[in-house]
Structures are given as structure tokens and as C-alpha cells.
Write a protein that binds this ligand. Sequence first.
Ligand code: BDP
Length: 706
Amino acid sequence: MRAFFFLLTFLCSLALCGADGYQLWLRHRLIEDPTARQQYQRALSFVDAAVQGPTGNSAVRELRSGLTNLLGTAPATSPAKKRSQGIYLGLRQSSSRIRQYLQSNAVEDLGPEGYHLASYQGDVLLIADQEQGLLYGVFDLLRAIQTGEDLTNLQRTERPAYQYRILNHWDNLDGTVERGYAGFSIWNWHQLPEFIDQRYVDYARACASVGINGTVVTNVNANSLVFRADYLEKAAALADVFRPYGIKLYLTARFSSPVELGGLPTADPLDPQVIAWWKSKAAEIYARIPDFGGFVVKANSEGQPGPREYGRSHAEGANVLADALAPHGGIVVWRAFVYTDKAGGDRFREAYDEFTPLDGAFRKNVLLQIKNGPIDFQPREPVSPLFAAMPQTPLLLEFQITKEYLGQGTHLVGMASLYTEVLGTDLAPNQAGGEIREYITGMAGVSNIGTARNWTGNLFGQADWYAFGRLSWGPELPANTIFREWAKLTFGPDPTVVTTVTELLEKSYPACVNYMTPLGLHHIMATGHHYGPGPWIDDLERDDWNPYYYHGATRDSVGFDRKASGSKALAQYPAEFARQFLDPTTCPPEFLLWFHRLPWTFALPNGNSLWQELGLSYQRGVDQVAEMQTLWASLENRVDRERHLHVSQHLAIQAKEARWWRDACLAYFSAVSGLPIPAGVTPPKHSLEYYRSLVYPYAPGIRPQW
Ligand code: BDP
């Protein structure tokens, strides 16, 4: 019997208890070190909660179950004996203990989502102004215990930097996910509203635990069917699940819905019938979902309908939807990812040219959602110039969490490096507060979640969901802190594992940029699915769908001139920011070919020619992946077998694909330039024809309509 019990415990510790990745970073496993466990047990022997609403109740439930799992015993509900220590949680004035603390400790306004955590005469106090703050405080406290923080000097006040912290699912009603690499959509529209998958609850817990407070459950390439009454009922059922976790539901709005669903002859935003249709649709939605967040709209972009079809501006289109939502407190998130199909322009410029004349023309409840870069989620982009050009319009920064252009579901690339680089980019280097994070009101992240048991397909994709949430709450957090936290929460406290996983994540982003798009190359991936290299593609119907358009390599030169002598896109930035890019000899090398067209012989600051440096960068990327493999291999006996194997196998694919990128790109650029592969670079294994011949019609994540 005893042997059986031990076997069961052993099996549980190896696999059943979360080594499959389902529990994400909320793996509240029993603290192994008995001394540490006893200390926490003594300090947290009860949870005295004064809460009333559903969110407060979720907070208490999370705290109790988290503590029970971490400490091995359930906390009591009140102090058992006089001298026992525990947690008091509640709003100001909610308990005498909290009131007593506040008499001698000033805690300023915490806002709707903030909280204050303090150790007070041996107890832990968690105080908020509204119950949602308690929920965030609970997750912070659990994270502190999970990562081994000493609670005796606990004293912190936390408030989110932004009001809007939203996940964007590019999920279709048929269950497919555009640019999704983790299986199908987790929303089972067919079986909603009756069937409530436990995943919905666990999803909401995970989001709340990192501060996410909104979710757009449908694709930006929208389907008007979601506004039909039965679908709204399904959406309402999801909203009911999310509400106790402080998460608002949003839907994408297809601009032509009044025609497609409403049977009207037009979707012209200034048509009275269209205006009335949106008003009544909004009222219908709010009748079912009283805290509905609002609409996200992709209009006149990549074939999506929009106001331009009726000769109306983006502002005229957005305002009609905004007016319909305003009486109910909803917002319109209008996407700036817009480019026309005019030949000969520079796509880099388009969003800026389209939207800057409209600054000030949007209703107050319209937010403009801008992708981090001016083109499209490339491995490394300079920031979008729009951020500094819309002072009268609230802005959301859109990141991709799913890795459409960064190795998709297979590659390990710690996106926190990209996110922090963007958030910290200083557009006004001569003044304080010019960082991108200061220009925005919120963050949106294109989700990487699917039906994969571990949610993200590649286990390390969880780190990107985690990073997005943490940064949307605290955009000043360094990537290293986020990686370290995630490593501890996911793999446990072993310092060797934590240090190695952190190092692996830190290496991964520069590695990917090196083996895909070094020195500012961009959009050179294959067409449609964007899987693998395709710098040679030049025969697509639109100029700017062709990878060739973005580098224009000839025998003599390569790169895109965006200076005054070229497309003039550089002039869209504030002058003091643009200055660093103007001169190719001082331009940061990672952005060189974004702004300059240069001869292959151009000398870089390190003395290498452009061609040599390009070759060596590709080689460096491949070598860095090999180093990542070695790092991970060193953890073989420290990480459970299931997850170790999972990651090793993914890294093997990444190593193979990194070599593919290097070989295919160098074979192509060498053929075009007539230059031999530089010394120190492994020559391509196959001919250029071979790489050009590779086709992958079933690569995942492709848009169903393309
Ligand atoms: C591109 C994707 C495409 C999306 C588009 C968007 O390839 O699938 O629809 O972004 O953001 O990167 O709307």
C-alpha cells in the first residue's frame, strides 16, 4: 500500500501534475524545501477575507487553492489562536485589522485595479479600492511565494500603467485560427452557450494572473455572423465566465455587417439606416453583455470592407460605431494597419499618411491600435512613426504574441526582448518621457493560444503570453526579470535551471533576427503562410506583397532607401529621433537596410563589408541556436523528461530551419551579387534552385481565404 502511494506520488510529480504544460505559470506545486514551507505555513496560517462581489470571491478562491497547493495545508478562515499569523484581505475599511493599519500608514488612491501589499506585525495585508485589485494582489502574492520571496518586509503598491490590456484572438467562427500554431481555436462556438469548457475558466485565470483585462475573441478579418442573436448568446456565455476574473469581452466588427446581416443596401456610415442599425445592434449586445468592452475594427485593409468604399474617412467610419457604443460605455478600437493597393508607394509610409490628417477627428471613445512597426510584425522593425504623430488620439500598441514571422510554432524566441526594445524606444531623445510606453493608453497582443494541451504548442510560447501580460501592467519591467520569473514559475526554483532558461531566452531573439533578417532586411519570408525564406519572390500581383520589393537586391546594391533621396519615410519621425538613421556609417547596423540602399562593398563600423557582415550574421544566428541547444541539453537531469524532450525536439527543428534560412538567403544573395560566400560562413548545402523549389502548401496558420 505504502509502495503504491509512493509510486502514485512519484508519477504525479513527474507528469500528471502539470508537466504537460497545461497549468502554465500557475503551477502551484508543493514547496519542496521543508524549512521554507514551514516558514510560509506559520506566516500564512489563515485567510481572513472581507469580500462581496464575484471578483472578490475569485480572489479568495485563488488564494486559498494556491496556498493549499503550495504549502500542503489549507489555510483557516480566521485566526485560530490569538498569536497565529495570516492574511487579511479586503477593501479599505473592510476589516478592523486593515483599518488599524491604515490609521498609521497612508496608502494613496489605488484606482479600480491597484492594490497594496504589506507585512504588518507579522500578518500580511492585501488592500484594494475595488475588488479587481484584490484579484491582482492575490496573484502577485502567490507569485511571490512561488518564487521564494521573503514576506517579512513586504511593502508595495501596484497599479497598472494602462487601462487597456487586451488579448486579440485571430480566431474564426469555424474553429480555425489565423496565424495560429497551437491547434484550433479554444472557443467552441458550436457547443456554446451550453457547454462551458473548463479551459475557458483556466484561460481567464491565467490572463488575470498577469494583468490582462480584456479579450477580443474573434479575428480582425471579421465575420458579421457573430452579431446574429444566437452568436451573441454564445459570446455572452463567454463573457459570464470572464467577468469574475475582471476580463471584458470585445468582438471584431465587420464594417459591412449592416448589409450582410441587416439586409440594408449600404454600409455607408453616414446613412441614417446604417447609423440606426449600429445603435440597435449595440443596444442588443449590451442587453446580453452589460460590461461588453466594444468593437475592434480592421477596415479597408487587405480586402476588408470599410468607409473608404463610400468615400468616407476612417474617422467617419469609426465615429458611427463609437456613437452607437458610447451610451453603454463601450469603445471602438480602430486598427491603423491599413495599406492601399496603389503601386509604387512605400508601404512603410501608409498608415502615417492615412491617419495623421485625422488626428482630433475621432470621437473620445475611439482608440487607434498601431502595430509596433510600420510594416508588419517583422523580426526586427524600427518603431511605427505614428506613435509620435497622433497627440489627440488615444493609442494602443499592438504586438504579435503568435510568431507569424519569428519561426511560427516551432522556434524558441523570447518575445519579451522585442517588446521591451519597442516600449523603451525613445522618440524624443532630448526630452524626458519620449519612450513609446509613454505615448500609449494600452497594449493589445495577438494571441498564440490554441487547443494544444499546453495552450501554445511550443512550451516556450507560454513565456510570450506571460511577458505580454506583465508588460501591459508594468511596461518598464526588464526582459531579464520577466524571463527569470517565468523560468521559476514554470520549472521550479532550481537556480541552475532558472539561470540557464533565462540565458536561453535572452539569446533567442537576437539569434532569430540573425538567421532570418540581419542588418535590417525585412519581409523576405515565403508568401501566404510566411513559413521559411523567400527573398527571390517577385511575381505577386501587388508590389508590396513581394519579398523582393523590400530589399531590391541587384549585382551592386541592396536595401530600401527611405531617406530624402528615396521614399522619404524617415521624415515621418521626429527629427531628433530620425537623426541616428540618416547616415549609413552611424545608423545602428540592425536597422541599416531598413533605411539605406548600399553597395555590397559598403564598410561597416567593424571593418567588414556589408556582404561579409550579412554572411557572418546568418552564421552567427545558426551558431547561437547551437548554443541554445547545448544550454538546454545541460538541463537534462534537472527538468522532467516530458518537457525536456518536448523542448529538445523543437530546438532541433529550429536548428534545421536556421540553417535553411542562412543557406537559402545566402545562396540567393550570392547569386544576385556574384560574390562568393564570405570566409567563416558555412556554404549552402544545396543550389539556389533547390531552395526555390521548396513549397509548403500545408504550413499551418495560413488565412483560410488566401
Ligand atoms: C498580417 C497577417 C494577416 C493579418 C494581418 C492583420 O499576415 O494574416 O490579417 O497581419 O494584422 O501580419 O490584419
